[in-house]
Design a protein around this ligand. Structure first.
Ligand SMILES: Cc1ncc(COP(=O)(O)O)c(C=O)c1O
Length: 476
């Protein structure tokens, strides 16, 4: 009897915590009692008792024949965007149609006459393109044989690996050169990590909302995404992750701890430590996606998971796509104990990454101006995100909420519940504005009333006019 009491109180407390952190949204319906019981591994009776307790505490409002709705007790109304999924379910694989759908969205977003709020690219004017061009010409002139090399024999150019080692050392990571692998962007790094860690039908825990191409990759490899609710402030909910891994064996947990896409959350140090502890306790590897990690807004860089003591089970992925140029297609992966498997897959999947690009970026990094460039870039992005946020709050319907990114250059926008952003997308393109509809950031189609806006471009009068046009397409 006492054990039962503890169980439902424990469940009520967990759900309450998730409501307070915005992981279940006020006004949204909770998953059904049966679903909660299946997902959390408690009996129907325990779930019902937990819900009664939450009702007494003012966190849940039952509505006859409709279900249980989330509410915040008076005095606890959140005003910042706090969207996160209202389920913790093993998602059905996203359909191949979804991949086509995402390609269509991306193509529409990239049209030259459309305001660039769709794809997460920085404005070229903010990037050191001229300096990179000079590095390419110098390397081409000094090493004319680079393009004649048999690039499949040696995946890494030593000069770039050395630059990476030096950079990572400043972040508290002493990485061996045989632990580092140069990749074709962060996309290939993530793909290699999944190839090294998983087999068909394995389950991979991901942030929700989370990066849509990762979800597609998971689907294409015949894996299953387990969406873990993630707060726009602190990232993946570790309470939810622990509940999930107690029930389901995961082959990997993929997180973007610094400046996640789409919310710009940053996982606090204590949570990073806890995540590593969970990985030890439940024996799973972590894939750390650091593609935005150079673009933090705080004074000090958040510590990469890979720099913590128990980090040998972390595969760290990153690239220069968000900081130097997306067109370089240059990234890296630091594999810890999985490095040999990553290398084996790299040899099969792409052989090696363009040696000329590797050497040009090594040359650029050696000039020593990268850190200064990053410092300026971070300031631009922070200003742009804030300006965009103000425009959205001004021109979007009442009840719209926005994330408060702690890094990166995307903004997550949550519209009043009855808006369907996928529906509005084509209208927005006709009006020459773009965005990424929210449902693509979930393998199970959550976030229909949300969207992501790219803030990689300076905000000017044209931006204001375009945001006003976009805002007019949604309803209060
Ligand atoms: C979270 C996240 N991971 C990985 C990538 C892929 O990066 P790359 O362009 O270097 O392949 C992106 C690109 O937008 C991203 O947002």
């Amino acid at each position: 009897m006492q054990a039962e009491a503890r169980k439902y109180e424990q469940l009520a407390l967990t759900l309450q915590g998730m409501i307070e952190k915005g992981q279940f949204l006020a006004g949204h319906k909770l998953p059904s009692i049966r679903k909660l019981s299946e997902q959390w591994g408690f009996s129907i009776d325990t779930v019902q008792k937990a819900l009664h307790l939450l009702e007494d505490r003012g966190y849940v409002q039952p509505v006859a024949k409709s279900g249980n709705f989330v509410q915040l007790p008076a005095g606890q109304q959140a005003n910042a965007c706090s969207q996160a999924p209202n389920s913790l379910a093993l998602d059905p694989p996203i359909s191949p149609d979804m991949s086509d759908h995402i390609s269509l969205l991306l193509n529409s977003c990239m049209r030259g006459d459309v305001a660039p709020f769709g794809v997460a690219f920085p404005a070229p004017a903010l990037l050191p393109i001229a300096s990179l061009r000079r590095s390419f010409s110098t390397v081409n002139r000094k090493q004319p044989n680079l393009l004649a090399q048999d690039s499949h024999v040696q995946p890494n150019q030593a000069a770039l690996v050395l630059q990476l080692q030096r950079r990572f050392e400043t972040m508290g990571m002493r990485l061996r050169k045989d632990e580092l692998l140069v990749t074709d962007g962060c996309t290939e790094a993530l793909s290699l990590a999944l190839h090294a860690l998983t087999k068909r039908n394995h389950v991979v825990a991901v942030e929700s909302p989370g990066y849509y191409l990762l979800l597609q990759l998971i689907e294409a490899m015949g894996l299953r995404a387990l969406e873990i609710p993630s707060s726009p402030e602190t990232g993946m909910s570790l309470e939810a992750l622990e509940i999930a891994v107690k029930k389901t064996k995961i082959a990997a947990c993929i997180v973007c701890p610094t400046a996640s896409n789409p919310t710009g959350s940053v996982m606090p140090d204590a949570n990073r430590k806890r995540l590593l502890e969970l990985a030890e306790k439940y024996d799973f590897p972590i894939v750390e996606d650091n593609v935005y990690a150079d673009l933090y807004f705080e004074r000090f860089r958040p510590k990469p998971l890979k720099s913590f003591r128990q980090s040998d089970r972390v595969i760290m992925c990153g690239s220069f796509s968000k900081s130097l140029s997306p067109a370089l297609r240059l990234g890296y992966v630091a594999g810890g104990r999985y490095a040999p498997a990553l290398l084996a897959h790299k040899r099969i999947l792409s052989g090696s990454t363009n040696p000329l690009t590797q050497m040009a970026v090594a040359h650029y990094l050696d000039k020593g101006s990268f850190e200064r460039h990053l410092c300026t870039l971070r300031q631009h992005f922070e200003t742009q995100v804030m300006a965009m946020s103000a425009l959205v709050l001004k021109h979007f319907p009442e009840g719209t909420r926005v994330s408060q990114p702690k890094g990166g250059f995307v903004l997550w926008v949550e519209l009043p519940a009855h808006n369907d952003t996928a529906h509005v997308f084509q209208k927005a393109i006709l009006k020459k504005t773009a965005f990424m509809p929210g449902h693509v950031f979930s393998a199970s189609g959550l976030y229909k009333n949300c969207l992501r806006i790219n803030c990689g471009h300076p905000v000017n009068e044209d931006t204001a006019v375009a945001v006003a046009r976009l805002g007019g397409l949604f309803v209060a």
